[in-house]
Every structure is written in C-alpha cells, then in structure tokens.
Design a protein around this ligand. Structure first.
Ligand code: GAR
Length: 192
C-alpha cells in the first residue's frame, strides 16, 4: 500500500448494504487530522440500505449498484472509482461477493471487516454459529479481500468474551463496538 506523504488523505470508497454504523464511524474518524483517509464515495447494492442517509448528512456522493449482473456492475463501479480517484475500498457490511475480476483490478486495495475471529467462521451467521459451538470468545477481523471469501491477510483483530447470557444479538452488539475501534485503526495501520 502506498505510504501517505504529507497531509494529503487517501481517497476511500465505503461499500455498504445495511445500517452503515461502520460507515458512519469511518466518516467520523476520517475527519480527524491523524487519520490518513477521507471517505469520498459510498456504494450500496440496495437503495434500502439505512446507511445511505450518511451520504446526505456528510455530503458524500452515493451510488446504488445492484450488483446482480457482475460484469456490468463492475464496469459501473470502476467508472465511479476512477471519477472520484479512489485508492482504497472498505467493505463495511457489504453483503455481495465482488467478482474475481474486480478484486484483481484492485488487488491489495480492498479491505473488509468481518464479525468473527478469522479464520474461524467465514461467511454468514457468525454469531449464531459461535454461540451454538459454545465458543468462549468471538470477535472481529479486518482483512484484505482476495478472491477466496474471508481468507485474505489479516490486518487487525479484536477478541470479545462470550458470556453464558449472550445471544446472537447481544454478541453482535458487543462485537460491533470493537469493529468501530479496529476498522479505522486498521486503515491507519496500512496507510502509515
Ligand atoms: C458488521 O457487523 C460487519 O462486520 C458485518 O455486517 C455488519 C454491518 O454493520 N459484515 C459482514 O457480515 C460481512 N460478511 P453496519 O452496517 O452497522 O456497519
């Protein structure tokens, strides 16, 4: 990853599908002087994503790309990324799988946050599976995106204790708090 030279911030696109709490958190951190990135584009695969409201609130351009026809969607996304001079893509609750072709084009410049201690619990329903398997800990991971799902090099990870009282949603909440700590820290780590 290119190192940050001077006060210039690395232009970032955040891809979402839902609530967008990670998006909001990244936008807020990006405004701090010592965080070397700015959020310049929001991409969602659905216009139902609640997080799209942050586009208006923070005056950041948004694009809805359904990502059903992958080749066409790739072309559209690449066009907008180029237009905005985006150098880093942060997936934040983006629930579509990017094409291999797209990932190769942006190799080493796409990162993702995943709600488990990878390599454990790749894919969906991570909290449910961790509780079902009586794990003592779960957590979250920021990693590079490669064509193999949730398998790229780990950048940062944070552990959370699972208590006997936890259910899927209480665990999700606990982990989300940690996500909000490690995602901006991971970006800072790879850019500094
Ligand atoms: C987060 O917990 C994120 O780790 C997870 O979706 C949630 C999005 O929350 N991502 C995945 O499950 C990706 N496989 P947010 O919309 O409030 O940021």
């Amino acid at each position: 990853m290119r190192k940050l030279i001077g006060p210039k911030k690395i232009k970032t696109a955040v891809f979402i599908s839902g609530k967008g709490s990670n998006l909001k958190n990244l936008i807020q951190f990006s405004k701090l002087k010592n965080y070397p990135f700015s959020v310049d584009l929001i991409i969602s695969n659905t216009n139902q994503a609640k997080g799209l409201k942050y586009s208006k609130q923070y005056k950041i351009k948004k694009k809805i790309i359904k990502y059903d026809k992958k080749i066409k969607s790739d072309q559209k996304i690449l066009y907008f990324l180029k237009q905005k001079k985006i150098k880093l893509i942060c997936l934040a609750g983006f629930m579509k799988i990017l094409s291999n072709n797209f990932i190769k084009k942006f190799q080493g410049k796409i990162i993702n946050i995943h709600p488990s201690l990878l390599p454990k619990y790749k894919g969906l329903n991570t909290h449910f599976r961790a509780i079902k398997n009586r794990e003592k800990f779960s957590g979250c991971t920021v990693h590079y995106v490669t064509p193999k799902l949730d398998s790229g090099k780990i950048i940062l990870q944070k552990k959370v204790k699972i208590s006997s009282k936890d259910n899927h949603s209480s665990l999700a909440k606990k982990i989300l708090k940690k996500e909000h700590l490690i995602y901006p820290a991971a970006i800072k780590k790879i850019l500094s």
